[in-house]
Design a protein around this ligand. Structure first.
Ligand SMILES: Cc1ncc(COP(=O)(O)O)c(C=O)c1O
Length: 390
C-alpha cells in the first residue's frame, strides 16, 4: 500500500485536482530538486563539468530504467528526448522493401501512423490494420490470420492516448515471432502506471516518455531494444556518440543501444528523469499500478452513475485513463468548465487516434487521468462537478 499523505506532500501541485497525468504529470519535489540543482551547477561551472560530475548518475539512470522494465541491463536502453524520438529511431531502422507489410492496431497513435505511412510510401511496403475484438482490444485471432512472412513489423500501442484500453502484448509477440516479425511497443501511456516486464513480454523494442505517468521533466524519453537485435539495426540518424569515425570513409556503430542515442542532451532533465525512476522503483511498480487502477476505478464508478455521461474506455480491464462524453456538451466545454472549478482534465481528439475514433463515430472525448497522488475526495469532487454541468 502506498502512503498517500507522503505522496501528496511530495507533490507541490497536488492541492489542485490534477487529472492529466496522461498529458504531462506533476513531478514530485525530488524530481524538481534534482533538475534545478543541476541547472544551478551548470551556471557555476558550465555544462560540461557539471555533467562530468554526474557521470555515475547518468549511467545509473540507464540502470534504473533497465531495472524498471526488467530489461537485461543498461546497454539495452537508449536515452531520448521524447517517446516519438525513441519510437522513430527504432522504426526507421527496420528495413522495409516492396511487398513487405507493417501491421497496426486500431489504437495506433497519429505520430506513429504518419511515420509508417511515410515509410510505406518510400519503400512500397503495405500497411494493414488489425481489427479489434468485441472488448476493443487488438483481436489476437484476427492478427494470427494476417501474419505471414511478409510482415516485418507489428506496431502495437500498449495503452492509447484516448482511453483506458490495455492491449494484449505477450500474445501478439508470440504470434509475430512465429513468422519472424518484430514487435515495437509504444508504452508511452503505460510506463509509470503499469508494471512492465520486457523480458516476460518479449517485445523487440519499447518506447516511452518521462513526462506522463513517470512524472519526470518534459523533454525526456527512452527506447528499449532487445539486446540480440541491437547489432542488426542501423539507426536512421547517428552522430559521434552513436558511432565512432574510425577511418576517413568508415564509421563503427556502438555495440549496444547507445547507437540509437545522440550526444547532446538536457542533462538537468535527465537527472530529473533519474529521480523520477528512482522514486517509482522505491514505491514499487506493482503497488503503483494497483493504486492508479484504484483511483481510475473510483472515478469511473462515480461517472457511470451520472445520467447523460457515457464512459468510453475499451478493453477487458481498463487502466488509469478515464474517458467520457457528456450529452449536450462538447468535450472542450466540459474541460473548460471543470478547469474553472480547479479541475484539470484534457480533450482527446479524433486525429490523434483516427482509426479507433472513426470506427466508433467519435470526434472528441474528455480525458481524466488520475495518478496515485489524487485523493479520493478530489475524485468525488470531480464526479460532483461533472454532475452539475448538465
Ligand atoms: C500513445 C502515445 N504514443 C506516443 C506519444 C508521443 O509521445 P511524445 O509526445 O513524448 O513524443 C503519445 C503522447 O501523448 C501517446 O499518447
Amino acid at each position: 500500500m502506498l502512503d498517500e499523505a507522503t505522496l501528496r506532500s511530495d507533490t507541490p501541485g497536488s492541492d489542485r485536482v490534477f487529472l492529466n497525468s496522461a498529458g504531462s504529470s506533476l513531478p514530485p519535489r525530488q524530481v524538481l530538486d534534482a533538475t534545478i540543482e543541476h541547472l544551478r551547477r551548470e551556471s557555476e561551472v558550465g555544462g560540461y563539468q557539471a555533467a562530468d560530475e554526474r557521470a555515475d548518475d547518468l549511467v545509473g539512470l540507464r540502470e534504473g530504467i533497465a531495472r524498471l522494465l526488467n530489461a537485461a541491463g543498461p546497454g539495452t536502453i537508449a536515452l531520448q528526448d521524447s517517446a516519438t524520438r525513441a519510437w522513430t529511431q527504432f522504426f526507421y531502422a527496420v528495413p522495409l522493401n516492396r511487398g513487405d507489410q507493417v501491421l497496426v492496431a486500431q489504437a495506433e497513435y497519429a505520430s506513429n501512423a504518419v511515420a509508417i505511412l511515410q515509410q510505406a510510401g518510400r519503400t512500397g511496403a503495405a500497411v494493414r490494420m488489425v481489427p479489434s475484438d468485441p472488448s476493443g482490444q487488438l483481436d489476437v485471432a484476427a492478427l494470427a490470420d494476417m501474419l505471414d512472412e511478409r510482415v516485418q513489423l507489428v506496431s502495437l500501442v500498449h495503452v492509447p492516448t484516448n482511453g483506458g484500453l490495455v492491449n494484449p502484448v505477450r500474445e501478439v509477440v508470440e504470434l509475430a515471432h512465429r513468422v519472424g516479425a518484430l514487435v515495437l511497443l509504444d508504452a508511452c501511456q503505460s510506463v509509470g502506471q503499469l508494471d512492465i516486464d520486457v523480458g516476460a513480454l518479449g517485445v523487440d523494442a519499447l518506447s516511452a516518455t518521462g513526462r506522463k505517468w513517470l512524472r519526470a521533466p518534459r523533454g525526456t524519453g527512452f527506447l528499449y531494444v532487445r539486446p540480440e537485435l541491437v547489432g542488426e539495426l542501423e539507426p536512421p540518424v547517428i552522430d559521434l556518440h552513436s558511432a565512432s569515425w574510425t577511418a576517413p570513409r568508415q564509421y563503427q556503430l556502438a555495440a549496444d543501444a547507445q547507437r540509437f542515442e545522440l550526444w547532446e542532451s538536457d542533462v538537468a532533465a535527465r537527472l530529473g528523469l533519474k529521480a523520477a525512476v528512482d522514486y517509482l522503483l522505491a514505491l514499487g511498480p506493482a503497488e503503483v499500478e494497483a493504486a492508479v487502477r484504484g483511483k481510475a476505478d473510483r472515478l469511473r464508478a462515480g461517472l457511470a452513475e451520472l445520467p447523460g455521461v457515457t464512459l468510453t474506455d475499451l478493453g477487458e480491464r481498463p487502466c488509469g485513463i478515464v474517458t467520457f462524453t457528456v450529452d449536450g456538451l462538447a468535450a472542450p466545454e466540459v474541460t473548460s468548465a471543470l478547469s474553472a472549478r480547479g479541475i484539470s482534465t484534457s480533450v482527446s481528439r479524433a486525429p490523434s487516434t483516427l482509426l479507433d475514433m472513426s470506427a466508433r463515430g467519435l470526434t472528441q472525448l474528455v480525458r481524466a487521468s488520475p495518478h496515485y497522488f489524487v485523493s479520493d475526495a478530489q475524485l468525488d469532487e470531480t464526479v460532483a462537478e461533472v454532475a452539475k454541468l448538465r
